[in-house]
Design a protein around this ligand. Structure first.
Ligand code: AHM
Ligand code: MG
Length: 342
């Protein structure tokens, strides 16, 4: 029998005690918003949603029309339900507190409304990434206004995280800290159906994902790892590797959750003052937690991503995630290099 997202979440709440009712409603609302975004993404040129919006986000990146549409859909869907204190997004300079006309909740929602923007116009998979935190210091007697500081919690504090991939199928991957489950959107019925439970990433892999065009800018440990993969059977690794790079983190991470692999977007010398390209709070943290919950690992090359104490909402981070043994190898190469450079 098919299990809908609603039923799965209610059973988690009832029998597993893993999910407070308010969080369940919040996750259903996020999933509903993703259904709406899927409709716009699917329409593409027919909905006049492709192309640039001719605006820039806080990070100086040109926004696509669909970036802005997806951001608005998520805000409109989540503003009035009473579960949230505030939202934050890649596409908004600062936090979006819930307006006073609506009831206030105890959760904080962060999202990258449409990740992989460079792929929107060329009909390649893109996705929505989200992370849920609890507003700290929830003393019922003191109602403090929500602040950006409330969001600056390490990824280990997440209470839910997931993504929705808009690909050949529309799939929602979710964790509430009890493994990773996936739901596929049944468009005829308009419901999410459970299609995979207990997602597991194999510890070993022969597939790596990195933007190879940046090779000349990489740091030595990353170059060493990829060089060794490229040497194949004849090299120290003794096996041939395959390479994939979709330039949509959601699509690359989805592949890793389905069949293993390692994904890297490391620091590089193009912009040495930036720790990496990807954002910690709404890209690396939710993806890092999903990967860990599926038995994989996620580091910034040196440290577990989920342990990083954030200092800024839009902070960037170097990312190495996926099959455990490969991530540990890349991390060990960084630590070895640090030792020898002292
Ligand atoms: P975005 O949030 O502006 O879409 O950027 C993030 C994306 C990731 O999905 C992807 O892994 C990476 O940027 C691709 O970068 P590049 O084009 O440098 O290969
Ligand atoms: Mg993004």
């Amino acid at each position: 029998m098919s299990i809908t997202l609603t039923r799965y979440l209610i059973e988690q709440q009832r029998t597993q005690g893993a999910l407070p009712a308010e969080l369940r409603l919040l996750l259903e609302t996020v999933a509903r918003a993703c259904q709406h975004i899927a409709i716009s993404v699917n329409k593409g040129a027919l909905g006049e949603v492709l192309g640039s919006a001719d605006t820039e986000n806080v990070q100086g990146e040109v926004q696509k029309k669909l970036d802005i549409i997806a951001n608005e859909v998520l805000i409109d869907a989540n503003e009035w339900g009473g579960h949230l204190a505030a939202m934050a997004s890649e596409e908004m300079d600062t936090i979006h507190p819930i307006p006073h006309r609506y009831p206030q909740g105890e959760y904080l929602l962060l999202f990258d409304p449409l990740d992989g923007s460079s792929n929107i116009d060329v009909n390649v998979s893109i996705g929505t990434i989200f992370s849920v935190l609890k507003k700290p210091n929830d003393d019922p007697n003191v109602i403090e206004p929500v602040s950006e500081q409330d969001f600056l919690q390490p990824g280990a504090q997440q209470v839910a995280a997931g993504y929705c991939i808009y690909g050949p199928q529309t799939t929602l991957a979710l964790t509430v800290g009890r493994g990773v489950v996936m739901f596929t959107l049944d468009r005829e019925q308009g419901v999410w159906l459970l299609t995979q439970e207990n997602v597991q990433i194999p510890a070993d892999t022969k597939e790596f994902a990195i933007n190879m065009s940046n090779m000349r800018h990489w740091d030595t440990p990353v170059k060493r790892y990829v060089d060794e993969c490229l040497q194949g059977k004849e090299g120290v690794r003794g096996k041939d590797f395959n390479m994939r790079w979709i330039a949509s983190m959601v699509a690359d991470v989805h592949r890793i959750l389905m069949r293993g692999g390692i994904f890297m977007y490391p620091w590089d010398k193009r912009e040495p003052h930036k720790p990496g390209k990807l954002r910690l709070m709404y890209e690396a943290n939710p993806m890092g937690w999903l990967v860990e919950q599926a038995g994989g690992a996620a580091t910034n090359g040196r440290q577990r991503i989920l342990d990083i104490a954030p200092t800024e909402l839009h902070q960037r981070v170097s990312v190495v995630l996926g099959s455990k043994n490969e991530v540990e190898r890349v991390t060990a190469y960084h630590l070895e290099a640090d030792k020898t450079s002292v």
